[in-house]
Design a protein around this ligand. Structure first.
Ligand code: GRF
Length: 227
């Protein structure tokens, strides 16, 4: 991760991370936020599945955790109303989707627009949706990667904050490529959150506006060395 600017602890943005499963990206955000001067603090981790493996990990580190089980609600909207109320109660300033496997309605997304970001395991706008690595291998791409973007109602389509590229090896299986991209995700997400939390990257319509030293968007690119 590139070094973030120094931020007073009281100025850190209260960030809530939403997960559905193992939570390895959540772990990388929690670890980054433990560094002095990181511009975001992890206020809570919320899972929509009671068995999400990331929840005990976060709880063991003293992070506030909640389960909002989508199956306990009559539909998408009552589930999202509970999620919205919890985020509001927690005074969330930024919401990070990190392997959160529920499609969110336009109404919910619009309420958090500009304050909600997601990580996707491809170089968007290529390979939106699921099974990105299998599709990237099938397409024969030589460079794969991951993207952090602001969330908009259309899936995997919001303004791009940062991307990391990784090489594809001739012999790669889906698992090999997924593991290489995941390693890059763990570098990229903390970097992207620091850009948003420090105010250097903000959403403006369909683009990201940059300010300060970060006005050159190339700073958001992690250049891979072939391995
Ligand atoms: C990651 O590959 C992320 O990009 C995608 O879902 C996966 C979640 O993994 N959205 P983890 O739960 O963060 O380990």
């Amino acid at each position: 991760m590139l070094s973030p600017p120094f931020i007073e602890p009281s100025m850190r943005k209260r960030t809530v991370i939403l997960i559905s499963g193992r939570g390895s990206n959540m772990m990388s955000l929690v670890e980054a936020a433990a560094e002095p001067g990181y511009p975001a603090e992890v206020a809570a981790v919320i899972a929509n599945r009671p068995d999400a493996a990331g929840i005990p990990w976060a709880a063991a580190r003293g992070i506030h955790t909640r389960i909002i089980d989508h199956k306990a609600y009559a539909g998408r909207e009552p589930f999202e109303a509970a999620l919205h109320d919890t985020l509001t109660e927690l005074s969330a300033q930024i919401v990070c989707l990190a392997g959160f496997m529920r499609v969110l309605t336009a109404g919910f997304v619009e309420r958090w627009q500009g304050r909600m970001i997601n990580i996707h395991p491809s170089l968007l706008p290529s390979f939106k949706g699921l099974d990105t690595h299998a599709r990237a291998l099938k397409a024969g791409v030589r460079i794969a990667g991951c993207t952090v973007h602001f969330v908009v109602p259309e899936m995997d389509a919001g303004p791009i904050i940062a991307q990391a590229a990784v090489p594809v090896a001739e012999t790669d299986t889906t698992e090999d490529l997924a593991a290489r991209v995941l390693k890059a995700e763990h570098q990229l997400y903390p970097h992207a959150l620091s850009l948003v939390a420090s105010g250097h990257a903000r959403m403006s319509g369909s683009r990201v506006l940059w300010s300060g030293e970060h006005s050159i968007p190339a700073e958001a690119l992690v250049v891979p060395s072939p391995s």
